[in-house]
Design a protein around this ligand. Structure first.
Ligand code: NZQ
Ligand code: ZN
Length: 385
């Protein structure tokens, strides 16, 4: 196991009716708040009205940044920074999915920064200060509610990058707020959560049994609950379990002491920077192909994955056969829940394949399980067409 320092300061407030704790938080964080939200799902569900009235009852002046796009845009983030500076905003509340939270994080670190907030995404600078940020999560997927990552798209340059920004001070997760997530977004969320685990599970670091079993438990729990939640979107326990898995998959628990990969995320970000496809959809397509491209680097890890997570029976089979059966099981699972399986499902052909491969590797080779050059990425994308 490698050395590590683990620190996660986000207060996780989980369960039915927990939104009521927002008032107490508002009183601690200041009287002028910017609420950040997306294209209107929180208005349709009634969550917007509930949130605003709780904030007003706590004595807050409430300002708004509506209309955050899925794959949030730098231009929207800049609008939020302007509002905060002009109005003297004390803290920010993101109400929505990962895109809303990521945009709110960018605003939070952009306000006290004199340069261009894009510097944090193009690796020119690291944030030194941030406005306090709370979140009310409405979609199980990114883990953004309990980490300091944020992914923003610069539409002018067609670049989508992740930056290290700020942890939310608190996050409120009520599974009932995810009941209205449409079927396709539920599927994308499931694929994103599983992909986060894959990125941290496929590692060459030896002797990491606890991290390995944590990862397998998350995958098994998602697999057990996925079809349940798709059959009945208002199944509280299934939604709750998937929601908690989403947080645990990317809150810093899995990568402690482990060398992690993240190449597939970089590849997907390059695809969605050009084609603006849903993140989880892109991952479901690319991940099985990444696995087929790299599994020979550590066949034992893939055979374990096949047996422990997918119940592949190894009797009478070579290690390689078992590993490949596990990868086929991932692909079959994504197909069974209705995830896209080929780039063609998004009308993506091979015309921009090379451009995407270059965009996925702007700072050099990516990944650690197998270091991938732009040629490797182009091959994985070709396998995904
Ligand atoms: O915009 P609204 O109207 O709110 O609708 C959203 C949006 O259309 C809708 N939605 C969300 N909650 C809902 C709901 N509709 C009905 N009922 C609800 N309760 O779902 C759509 C997608 O929302 P979005 O926030 O884009 O989805 P997600 O949470 O999957 O976030 C995706 C973004 O996060 C980034 C991705 O790259 C992408 O930009 N990621 C962020 C990470 C992080 N910060 O740690 C890590 C991830 O790997 C990922 O890269
Ligand atoms: Zn992701």
């Amino acid at each position: 196991m490698n050395n590590f320092v683990y620190h996660n300061p986000t207060e996780l407030i989980f369960g039915k009716g927990q939104l009521s704790l927002l008032q107490e938080k508002a009183k601690q964080l200041g009287s002028t708040v910017l609420i950040v939200y997306g294209g209107g799902s929180i208005k349709r569900s009634g969550l917007y009205d509930k949130t605003v009235s709780l904030l007003q009852d706590a004595g807050c002046r409430v300002l708004e940044l509506p209309g955050v796009e899925p794959n949030p845009r730098l231009s929207t983030v800049k609008k939020g920074i302007e509002i905060c500076r002009q109005e003297g905003v004390d803290w920010i509340l993101a109400v929505g999915g990962g895109s809303v939270i990521d945009a709110a994080k960018a605003v939070a670190v952009g306000v006290p920064y004199e340069g261009d907030v894009w510097d944090f995404y193009s690796r020119v600078a690291q944030p030194q200060a941030a406005l306090p940020l709370g979140t009310v999560l409405t979609l199980a997927a990114t883990g953004s509610e309990m980490n300091r990552g944020s992914v923003v798209t610069n539409w002018e340059t067609q670049e989508k990058h992740g930056g290290t920004t700020t942890f939310p001070t608190f996050s409120i997760l009520d599974p009932e707020n995810t009941f209205t997530v449409p079927r396709d977004q539920t599927i994308y969320g499931i694929s994103d959560i599983m992909s986060h685990v894959f990125e941290q599970y496929f590692s060459h670091t030896p002797e990491i049994p606890l991290q390995t079993r944590f990862a397998e438990s998350i995958l098994k729990t998602v697999i057990e609950n996925a079809e349940r939640v798709l059959e009945n979107p208002e199944d509280y326990d299934a939604r709750a379990n998937i929601l908690y898995c989403g947080t645990m998959a990317l809150n810093g628990t899995l990568p402690v002491g482990v060398e992690t990969d993240w190449a597939t995320h970089s590849i997907e970000h390059a695809v969605s920077a050009i084609y603006d496809i849903p993140h989880g959809g892109g991952l479901a397509i690319i991940f099985p192909n990444w696995m087929r491209y790299v599994y020979r680097e550590n066949v034992a890890r893939f055979t374990r994955f096949a047996v422990e997570v997918w119940n592949v029976d190894p009797t009478g089979k070579s290690d390689e056969e078992v590993a490949l059966e596990g990868i086929a099981a991932v692909e079959a699972f994504f197909a069974r829940i209705g995830a896209p399986t080929r780039l063609a499902d998004y009308q993506i052909g091979d015309d921009k394949l090379q451009v995407m491969a270059e965009k996925a590797t702007p700072f050099g080779p990516i990944g650690s399980f197998k270091k991938l050059t732009s040629e490797d990425v182009a091959e994985i994308l070709r396998m995904s067409l």
